[in-house]
Design a protein around this ligand. Structure first.
Ligand code: KG4
Ligand code: ZN
Length: 341
């Protein structure tokens, strides 16, 4: 079964071809450079860029997979959650394509796709699984009791963790997106130089908070270096390392608490922040401590991509589920019906 997956929920236009819900035949991600100078995603610019990029990105995905439109068995597209204008471009394109080809169309929940992405690399989940989806727009901890049954057990009360990485990077004059550069600079920094608070520590639930941490970093930087950026390299590295330790530490603490409380038999990470090396290493150590396997996709499948969308679309099609031409995008996770599987 050959499925084309299309992802346009935020600022990456992505398309991929996946065979039999397993083999990634192609995975093309056209990052939109227009947002860089604004230090964050500008929704209007994102939807316009999706319009320009979607045709060529799909063409390239087919070419890389050595497939033609006629070879496809279906079209999968992200229907929720995300920026409405961005989602609309992908959903409209996928609807038109599926209708022109007379192939089934499947709408996919982006968060479910992040969670299941390790299946594309041969993962064998053990249930119940506790997993976190962490990105520029999300910080949720899920309990997956069995395939297709998801419950959110913890979420951020304010900013997403990726947003905190991006804002701290901006404050330090490190550009956008901030996660990869903070990850890299942290390895040369002293994580104990600044003692930043672990958000929601001791709150008794599995919720997270990153806005207090962001403010604490801002205050510490303004106090230690009132002259503003550019800061010297050692100072920048120490702030990055201290911030990263607090952000990753807070997430890991809640993930472990949720895993223990729900008797998790495996652990998973997904989303752009799951590329973070300290987070990945922390997850592996947690798995060893709890005696359970851990899963995190390779970086190309952590960030927004079409392969994870094609994967979930394939799983739904294999169960005989598909959506008709009335499929509509939904911006909000709460209203998105995560139980799409
Ligand atoms: O999943 P993704 O590509 O898009 C969203 O749905 O948001 O995630 C992008 C986010 C950005 O906030 C980026 O800074 C963060 O993931 N990110 C990282 C790393 N690589 C990307 N954060 C921490 N460490 C990284 N290595
Ligand atoms: Zn995402």
């Amino acid at each position: 079964m050959l499925i084309l997956g299309i992802e346009t929920s935020c600022d990456d236009t992505a398309a991929a071809v996946v065979e039999d819900a397993r083999h990634v035949r192609s995975n093309v991600i056209a990052a939109q450079d227009v947002h860089r100078e604004f230090g964050g995603v500008v929704p209007e610019l994102a939807s316009r860029a999706h319009l320009d990029l979607i045709g060529p990105t799909v063409a390239r995905a087919l070419e890389d997979a050595a497939a033609s439109f006629a070879d496809l068995d279906g079209v999968a597209v992200t229907r929720a959650p995300g920026l409405m204008g961005s989602l609309l471009v992908g959903v409209s394109y996928a609807k038109a394509l599926a209708s022109a080809l007379d192939k089934p169309l499947v709408g996919v929940n982006h968060i479910e796709a992040h969670l299941l992405a390790p299946l594309l690399e041969g993962a064998e989940f053990v249930y119940p699984m506790v997993g976190a989806v962490v990105s520029g727009g999300h910080s949720e901890i899920f309990l997956v009791e069995q395939p297709g049954r998801y419950a959110i057990v913890g979420t951020t009360r304010d900013d997403a963790i990726g947003e905190a990485f991006d804002k701290v990077a901006k404050l330090l004059g490190l550009g956008f997106p901030g996660g990869p550069v903070i990850d890299r600079l942290s390895s040369a920094g002293d994580a104990k130089r600044f003692l930043f608070p672990l958000g929601m520590r001791g709150s008794g639930d599995f919720d997270l908070s990153f806005s207090g941490l962001k403010t604490a970093v801002k205050r510490a930087v303004e106090k230690a270096a009132p002259e503003g950026p550019p800061y010297d390299d050692a100072f920048t590295a120490d702030v990055c390392a201290s911030f990263q330790a607090a952000a990753v530490g807070a997430l890991l603490a809640k993930l472990e608490a949720a895993a223990r409380a729900h008797g998790a038999r495996s652990l998973a990470l997904g989303g752009g922040v799951a590329c973070n090396r300290a987070l990945r290493a922390g997850l592996v150590r947690m798995g060893e401590r709890l005696g359970v396997p851990t899963f995190h996709p390779s970086p190309r499948l952590c960030a927004d991509n079409g392969a994870m969308i094609a994967l979930v679309g394939s799983l739904r099609l294999m169960r005989g589920e598909s959506d008709g031409p009335l499929l509509e995008p939904v911006a909000n996770l709460d209203e998105s019906g995560l139980l799409s599987a």
